[in-house]
Design a binder for this molecule. Structure first.
Ligand SMILES: [Zn+2]
Ligand SMILES: [Zn+2]
Length: 287
C-alpha cells in the first residue's frame, strides 16, 4: 500500500501494518529515485521496479525484513553502513551477524538476502535527491551500523527499527548494544520530528516525544522485571525460561530462546556493571 507523505515521499506500508516479518519501505520519487528498505509487499516492490526503477537502494540495516526485496533491483547500487554491508555480503557473514548460525536454517527457510552493498553511508552525510534532502544518522544499537534518515526541512524521520512498537527495542543479535540503542533513541527523539515513519508501524504524528520516552522506558521495565526475578538466584537458562522479554516463544522456539538469551545477557552485563546483580558460579542474583 502506497501512503503519500509529500509529493516526493511515499511509505510502502507492508502487510499487517508493516509488522514483522513484513516491514515498511520508503520510496523517494524525485530527480533521484530511491527505495529505502525493501521489506514491503512484493506487489508494491514489483510496481516500483516497473514504473520508477530506483537509482539507489538504501538499507537502514541488514535484517531480512529490511533487505529481503533488494533482489527486485538487481542493477541498482545498494547503500548502507559499512558494518551492515559486511553482514549482507555472504550467507556465513549474515548468519554470524544474527548469532543464529545453524539455527538460521530454521528461521530463514527462503534463504538470506546476500548482496553486494556499498557501505559508504556515514553519520551526518546529506543525501541529495533533488527537492528532497535526507540526512544520514548513524543510530547503532539494534545493529552496529543501523541508520535513520531525517528530512531537515519537513522534520520527517525515517527511523528504521527504532520502531516505537509496544514490544520495545530489540537487541537480540550478538553485536547489538543496549547502551548504544538508548543513546540512539535519545538522539532521534531530540531532533523533535514532526512525523515519524518506522519499519513496523503506521506513521506516527502525535505525542512523538512521549512515544520515544515510552519506548525508552521499556528498557527500564525489563531491568526491573529481571531484578525482581533475581531476588532468588537463577541460572541464565532459568531466566530465559521465564520469558521476561518475549512473554511467549513462538516457533521456531530455539530461535526465540536464543534472541531472549542474547537480550537478557545484555541486561545482566549492564546490571552487574552497576552493582545491581552479582554472579556466583552459574547463578545470578540481585544484590
Ligand atoms: Zn531490524
Ligand atoms: Zn525490522
Amino acid at each position: 500500500m502506497f501512503v503519500r507523505i509529500n509529493p516526493h515521499l511515499f511509505l510502502l506500508q507492508g502487510s499487517n501494518g508493516g509488522r514483522f516479518p513484513y516491514a515498511n519501505s520508503l520510496l523517494v520519487r524525485d530527480e533521484v529515485t530511491a527505495v529505502i528498505d525493501t521489506g514491503a509487499d512484493v506487489a508494491d516492490l514489483e510496481q516500483v521496479a516497473r514504473e520508477c526503477p530506483p537509482d539507489l537502494v538504501i538499507n537502514t540495516h541488514f535484517h531480512i525484513d529490511h533487505s529481503r526485496g533488494n533482489s527486485f533491483f538487481p542493477e541498482t547500487r545498494i547503500l548502507t553502513h559499512e558494518w551492515d554491508a559486511r553482514a549482507l555480503e555472504t550467507r556465513e557473514q549474515f548468519l554470524a551477524a544474527t548469532g543464529l548460525f545453524e539455527l538460521g536454517e530454521k528461521f530463514y527457510r527462503d534463504g538470506v538476502p546476500c548482496c553486494e552493498a556499498e557501505g559508504v553511508l556515514r553519520d551526518g552525510e546529506l543525501l541529495d535527491f533533488g527537492a528532497t534532502k535526507l540526512r544520514v544518522l548513524h543510530t547503532p544499537g539494534h545493529t552496529p551500523g543501523h541508520l535513520a534518515l531525517f528530512h531537515d526541512e519537513e522534520e520527517i524521520l525515517f527511523a528504521g527499527d527504532i520502531d516505537l512498537t509496544s514490544f520495545g527495542p530489540w537487541y537480540g543479535n550478538p553485536e547489538a548494544d543496549l547502551e548504544d540503542f538508548r543513546r540512539s533513541i535519545i538522539k532521534v527523539r531530540d531532533l523533535k520530528p514532526r512525523l515519524v515513519l518506522t519499519g513496523h508501524l503506521e506513521p506516527v504524528t502525535e505525542g512523538i516525544e512521549e512515544r520515544f520516552n515510552k519506548y525508552l522506558e521499556v528498557l527500564e521495565k525489563r531491568d526491573e522485571l529481571l531484578l525482581d526475578f533475581l531476588k532468588e538466584p537463577k541460572t541464565l537458562e532459568e531466566i530465559v525460561d521465564a520469558k521476561l522479554i518475549y512473554r511467549k516463544h513462538p516457533e521456531p522456539v530455539e530461535v526465540y530462546r536464543r534472541f531472549e538469551e542474547l537480550m537478557i545477557a545484555k541486561h545482566l552485563i549492564s546490571l552487574e556493571k552497576n552493582g545491581l546483580v552479582s554472579k556466583q558460579g552459574e547463578e545470578y542474583q540481585a544484590s
